[in-house]
Design a protein around this ligand. Structure first.
Ligand code: SF4
Length: 450
């Protein structure tokens, strides 16, 4: 699996929001991390109650369902990039084994899935899904028999897992958060009164009045239970490899990841882009909504007015994967329209967060030209995406990535822009320079940390 959203709580207070409601609101705040399926599992005095299904959080859970999910602890998940039936792939995975019940939810992707699956199948394991989370749950349940505590069993399994994983595990007595030794995917600890939380992004905490305490460190296991929070450190890699694409696109701008607000990093990317690839123009516009922060930085650096030229249809939500080119085009034109007075007879710089396949760029240029723009210069606030993500950040085969097949000049000709430019890799590193530790940049430079 891949870029998903995780939220967990160990609820030690009766006067804070009920467990399932907290998870519901937490997942709702992170709906942008996964719109294909969602699930919540709560611990009702040792018995797990859960619901998971295809669709959006608000479609799956209503007030009555949540009221029936009282409990003192729970974990939740939103799913993206399902390679199969989202109903089957929805998480948390809930299993029964000799030590009782266990629920597992994963944000990440393993690179040795096939080897692990084959090894377990040869030992008699039978899998219900193609999920890495299920493989991990089987590995932990088997190791559990050899260790007194679940966290020790998890620590014994971690060296077998290659790739990116931020993981939630719930047992009848504990909620556990785990981050891979490279810290590729985010996981942040929060606290409200005596209750502890884990979330993929701090935006989920903002709305619930939860104080973000700190990131789970690479290779760390944190244990939330009635007596509070405990940490178990397994080996971290020599250098962190936090996913740079979290700053480029994945995360919400108001989240703070690795010590930096996402909006601030994106704005710095835009300013750097203006320094590297500025062009004479009258106005800067952004592609809603993920292009806004970078366009703000670009306009400020270039000394140009920033115009809100695109209207986004509020009722459109991006399912991201469209099966045919025509449907992609229709998807974008259903989503966006241009306010003509903002761009007519203007030399326009349009700023977007990144370019993957390239179809959206052509539609943006067509929309702006149809609205009367005199010139259209496309500026991408990220380097060219040339490689697939081994850790689930994008699921495109490399042939589909436009920058793999075409230079910026060829892309300019393909989409009919007056010019096209990307942020340099050094520019991206510079914009992220104030974040903690190292970055994974593999989808830009092909240098995979695993
Ligand atoms: S390859 Fe790209 S999307 Fe995947 S973890 Fe690295 S930076 Fe993130």
């Amino acid at each position: 699996m891949d870029r998903c959203g995780l939220f967990a709580v160990y609820n030690n207070n009766t006067d804070v929001l009920q467990t399932a409601e907290s998870i519901y609101y937490g997942l709702f705040s992170m709906q942008h991390r996964g719109m294909e399926a969602a699930g919540i599992c709560v611990n009702q005095g040792g018995h797990f109650k859960y619901k998971k299904d295809e669709g959006l959080v608000i479609d799956i859970f209503d007030a009555q369902t949540l009221a029936g999910m009282q409990g003192h602890a729970g974990i939740g998940h939103v799913l993206r990039y399902a390679q199969g039936d989202p109903r089957e792939l929805a998480q948390p995975i809930v299993i029964r084994y000799t030590n009782g019940q266990m629920a597992v939810a994963l944000n990440g992707g393993l690179t040795n899935t096939n080897e692990l699956r084959r090894e377990l199948e040869l030992q008699g394991a039978v899998f219900q899904t193609s999920e890495d989370a299920e493989i991990i749950s089987v590995l932990i349940s088997r190791a559990r028999n050899r260790y007194g505590e679940i966290e020790d069993a998890i620590a014994s399994v971690m060296p077998k897992l290659k790739g990116a994983y931020s993981l939630l595990v719930m047992t009848p007595g504990k909620v556990i958060g785990v981050r891979d030794p490279l810290g590729i995917r985010p996981l942040i600890i929060g606290k409200k009164k005596n209750s502890y939380y884990l979330s993929s992004e701090t935006c989920a905490y903002n709305e619930l009045g939860i104080e973000p305490l700190r990131e789970v460190d690479p290779g760390e296991i944190v244990i939330l239970k009635e007596s509070g929070l405990r940490s178990l450190r397994t080996g971290a890699a020599s250098e962190k490899a936090f996913c740079a694409y979290e700053y480029v696109y994945h995360s919400r701008p108001d989240s703070v990841l690795e010590g930096m607000e996402v909006y601030e990093v994106r704005s710095r990317m835009g300013a750097q882009l203006a320094k590297e690839a500025g062009v004479p123009a009258d106005v800067v516009v952004w592609v809603p909504n993920s292009g806004l922060a970078a366009a703000t930085g670009y306009a400020r650096e270039a000394g140009l007015p920033l115009e809100d030229a695109f209207i986004k249809n509020k009722f459109y939500y991006n399912k991201f994967v469209h099966p045919t080119e025509d449907m992609i085009r229709r998807g974008v034109t259903m989503k966006l329209a241009v306010i003509k007075s903002r761009v007519k007879d203007q030399r326009v710089v349009v700023v977007d967060d990144s370019m993957v396949r390239g179809e959206t760029g052509k539609i943006l240029v067509d929309l702006l030209r149809d609205a009367g723009a005199k010139e259209v210069h496309l500026r991408i606030a990220a380097p060219e995406v040339k490689h697939h993500c081994d850790f689930g950040g994008n699921d495109k085969d490399e042939e589909a990535l436009v920058s793999n097949r075409k230079s910026p000049e060829q892309i300019r000709d393909m989409i009919g822009a007056d010019s096209v430019a990307f942020l340099s890799l050094d520019g991206l590193k510079q914009a992220c320079a104030r974040t903690y530790g190292g970055l994974c940049l593999a989808c830009f430079d092909g240098d995979y940390p695993v």
